[in-house]
Each structure stands twice: as structure tokens, then as C-alpha cells.
Design a protein around this ligand. Sequence first.
Ligand SMILES: C[S@@+](CC[C@H](N)C(=O)[O-])C[C@H]1O[C@@H](n2cnc3c(N)ncnc32)[C@H](O)[C@@H]1O
Length: 420
Amino acid sequence: MRAVQHHTQIDWEFRGTNTRAMTHCFHDYPARMIPQIPSKLLELFGSSAKRLFDPYCGTGTSLVEAQLRGIDAAGTDLNPLARLIAKTKTTPVRQQILDLYLKDFSEFAFKARFEGEPSVLQLPSFPNIDFWFQPDVIRKLTYLKQYIWQIDNEDVRDFFKVAYSETVRETSLTRNAEFKLFRMTDKQIESFNPDVYGIIENKLSRNRKGMIAYLAALKQSPRKSSVSIYDFNTVEGIPNTLASSDFDLIITSPPYGDSRTTVAYGQYSRLSSQWLDLETPNLVDKKLMGGQSNGHIPKFDCPPLDKAIKKISDVDHKRSLEIASFYIDLEKSIHNVSRLIRRAGSVCYVVGNRRVKGVTLPTDEAIVSFFERNKFAHVDTFLRSIPNKRMPAKNSPTNEPGKLDTTMLNEYIVVMRKQK
Ligand SMILES: C[S@@+](CC[C@H](N)C(=O)[O-])C[C@H]1O[C@@H](n2cnc3c(N)ncnc32)[C@H](O)[C@@H]1O
């Protein structure tokens, strides 16, 4: 029987609530979790928690929410841009300090607007830079980068880098409504004349307000907590520095599938990562879950999953191999993170069941099975419709242009508890 309970008492939609309060306003990110979800889950399953772990922390939504409740938080993500954003969202910078640097920046930007950039500038030369940026924008971004790199306070410098990253995206010739990299049409480019300094000033001002609200909320926190952000892959193992059975809780949203055919995190981050000198942005998508095909389809001993993969294999064997590799990685990751959780500790996985070739992949049920074989019991699966997540709601099931299929309109919040 399907392990889904419809919890009518809890409104998981959070329609109309502000999902960008405090440092949650800092930077867009594909399939970002809304803070109301970890907040509610902490209320339901984390009342006595002291340590939280997020194995796919992205921009750190769960980490911020844990920190605000005085819970120590640790997260890992393989995407360096996500880690920079998560670090900045969870690092308090005192308002007086921030304002000093912002004042200096506004003088710099004022002067740059009227006097232009210096004639000698060491312009970057990454591949295709001219395809994605207009010459004048390249000069301005270079000048801004020079300014930001000389900021002598690392936390403030990161605060500026996050605003800079969004500025890179908004001043590039990408169609900004989409997460994948698509270039604007020639006609759109003709009339595209972004105010680079104005855009970064707006981001900084918005993020300053977010930081002030976050500082005020931190003051209400019952205790000062620590946040650690790592770059290890839980599919491969857990570093010895993290003690086993030390965490009370996981709240996470794993990727929906491999990055190439679902949400292209590496592609989304590529231009920012190039300007920010972050490591190997092009490799990110390959390193993420399901990024490398394993060449075989094992029996997952989860009948709904095995059945769904078989159905896909009957029509497209290559595709089913790619899908299997994602679940192989997910199972390994669950096996590894299971040992981090203490007895009676809880794990909450927010997932979507995507459809491939017209077949729904029961990721929620796979997660239940994978945790069950690591001594966890199923507590509940909450159903949530997604009103505001910025995701492609439709994709092309056949990869043929024009043929669309619904991907995900619901999410499942799978809650498991480690047996005593
Ligand atoms: C749905 S997003 C998480 C979003 C996050 N909850 C937030 O609010 O920003 C999934 C994340 O998993 C990361 N990821 C994918 N495979 C990974 C792996 N094997 N190890 C660590 N992170 C991985 C991606 O880089 C992406 O940031």
C-alpha cells in the first residue's frame, strides 16, 4: 500500500507567506527549499534537537533555520556556488561593519558611474565570455571584481561576492527567467543595456536589510550555535571528522534526478563560478548524484521503483540506466548518512516524484525502503503541492521539442525515525 497520509491539519503550501525573509533573500537557486518547510519540520521533529545535518544543503535553507533555533548545523554540497551562498547566509556580519564597507562601495560606484573604468584593466578570458557578456558589461564586472577582491574582511567580501554573483547573472545575455543557459535572441540583445552598478547596489541594499533582520532574529535564539559547511559527497562516504551517531536530525531536499536531465545546478552556476574563480564549474553536473551512469540496473528491492524502471527500460533502455544510476547513488548516500543519526533521531527528505517517459518514479517510496534497511521506521509522508517553487513544471518526455509532459506538481516530505 502506498505510504502516503494526507495531513489535512498542516498547511504545507504556505501560500502568501514571505519565503525571502532574513538572509533567505540573498540569492536565487534552482529548487531552493522554502524556509517554512524546515521551520515546520523543526517544530514537529526537532524540539529537543541539538545537531542537524543536511547532506544536500544547497544554499543552506535548513542550516539557517536550525541556527535560528540554537541548533548546531552541518551541511555539505558539491556545488561551490551553493556553499558560498550557504556560508554567507549563516554568517552574521555586524551592521556597523557592513555599513562602513557599503558606504565605501557606494562612493566607488558613484565615481565609476561618472568617470568610467580605468583604461588598463586585466579582463578575464574564460571560454565564450564574449558570447555571454557585452564588452561594456565585461569591463564593469571586471572593475567590480577588482574592488570586491581587495575587501580585507573575508565575511564582508563573501557578502559582496553573493550580490556580485546575482549581478553576473542578471547582466549576462542569458534568458534570466530560466535556470539553464540559453542566450537571448539577437533582437533582445539589441535593446539590452543593463545598469551593472545599479543592479549590484540594489542587491547589496536588499541583502543588507536581510542581514539586519537575521541579526535581530539570532538575538532571540536560545543559544549561539555553530554552522559548518563541507564539500564531501555522501555517496562516497563520510569523513572521519564527523562522528557517527552524533546528529539528532536531517532536514534536506535532495536533487530530483541527475543534473543533466533535471535541474542543471552546474549549468545554472557556471557564469557566476567563472567570474568568482570557483573551482571547475563545468564538472559540477557530472559529480552530482546520478551524474555518471553505472551501466547496469540492479534490483532495488522496492517493488514500485523496480516496476517503474522496468517500464522505462522497455521503451528506452539507455534512459533507464541513467535513472538507475541516480537511485544507486541515493541508496549509497542514505546508507552512509544513516550512521550519522543517533537512535530515535529523525530524518526528513523533501522530494519530488518526477515523470520520465510517462512513468512516475516513486522517489518517496524508494527513500522509505532505503532507510528501512538501515534500521529506520517510517513515521509519515506528507503531501505538499508546490505553488511557488521555481521549477520547470513541464518537460519534454521524449526530448522532442514541443512535446510536453507534467513533471512534478507535488512534493512528498518523507519522515523516518531511527529505531531505538
Ligand atoms: C534541491 S537542491 C538543495 C536546495 C537546498 N535545500 C536549498 O534550499 O538551497 C539539491 C542540491 O544537492 C546538491 N547535490 C547533488 N548531488 C550531490 C551529492 N552527491 N553530494 C552533495 N550535494 C549534492 C546540488 O548541488 C544541489 O545544491
